[in-house]
Design a protein around this ligand. Structure first.
Ligand SMILES: O=C(O)CCC(=O)C(=O)O
Length: 247
């Protein structure tokens, strides 16, 4: 990631926030499904629109095709150990559809609001699983994940869909989640957290002086009988087709 950031020209700016995804037609965001895009923290800029600090401390996340396009991330994401996890979960032809390196920068790391991954990564029938690796210790102080036990049995609440004109939006308003049901998923660097696609999770703002880097990859079933929804925001460019693990 250090090497990718060193090569990145911060003049190609896009800000990432899960709060403003409604009705977004940001082509940079949509293209990142087939590419490696760089997204800045909302609080990274001053009133003149200039970065307050070096780009390395201003990026919110990098995604969403690291697992296919970057040799280092590809090797890790498609390693026998990861394949073994997916086999053990019963996937017949697992397809990694997106990957993200999230920085949770010290002091300015933005929140990720409560969501179900299947809202964004939809198949029929539902099949998404999130693999989330703590690259640094994650605690309540620096913005660890928070999950809700048992909520994956309560169904998918809404979808984030792309219309034919390229507009992406939620089909229903957000659920008023009972915040007292969330539990912190504090963990040490190196921990893998598996997130059922209908689990609801979030991470708070990082106001501490310590970063919380993580890498996550979302995988769906692609064996016959399961279909990738054509109105998902993430669709692949013809020159970079989906690449399942095996099967
Ligand atoms: O790393 C985070 O803060 C959020 C990650 C997340 O929501 C996900 O990987 O689905």
């Amino acid at each position: 990631m250090d090497a990718l950031l060193a090569d990145f020209d911060p003049r190609t700016i896009s800000i990432f926030t899960t709060k403003n995804q409604v009705e977004k037609t940001d082509n940079y965001f949509l293209r990142s499904a087939s590419d490696i895009g760089f997204f800045f923290e909302e609080k990274a800029f001053d009133e003149q629109g200039q970065l307050r600090q070096p780009k390395e401390l201003s990026i919110n996340k990098v995604g969403h095709a690291l697992h296919d396009l970057d040799p280092v991330f590809r090797q890790f994401s498609r390693s026998p150990a990861v394949e073994g996890v997916l086999r053990s979960l019963g996937y017949k032809r697992p397809l990694p559809v997106q990957s993200m390196y999230i920085f949770k920068q010290p002091s300015i790391g933005g929140e990720v609001v409560p969501h179900q991954d299947s809202t964004f990564i939809h198949t029929t029938p539902l099949s998404c699983v999130g693999l989330w690796w703590a690259l640094e210790d994650a605690s309540r102080d620096n913005g660890c994940l928070w999950g809700m036990k048992g909520v994956h049995k309560e169904g998918l609440k809404r979808r984030f869909k792309k219309a034919e004109d390229g507009f992406v939006s939620y089909d229903l308003p957000d659920t008023a989640w009972d915040m007292t049901r969330f539990e912190p998923l504090e963990c040490e660097a190196g921990t893998l957290v598996l997130l059922h696609g209908e689990n609801v999770h979030y991470s708070a703002e990082n106001t501490s002086p310590v970063s919380r880097h993580s890498y996550s990859m979302h995988v769906v079933e692609s064996a016959p009988g399961t279909t990738w929804s054509p109105d998902n925001w993430a669709q692949r460019a013809p020159e970079n087709p989906w690449q399942p693990f095996y099967g």
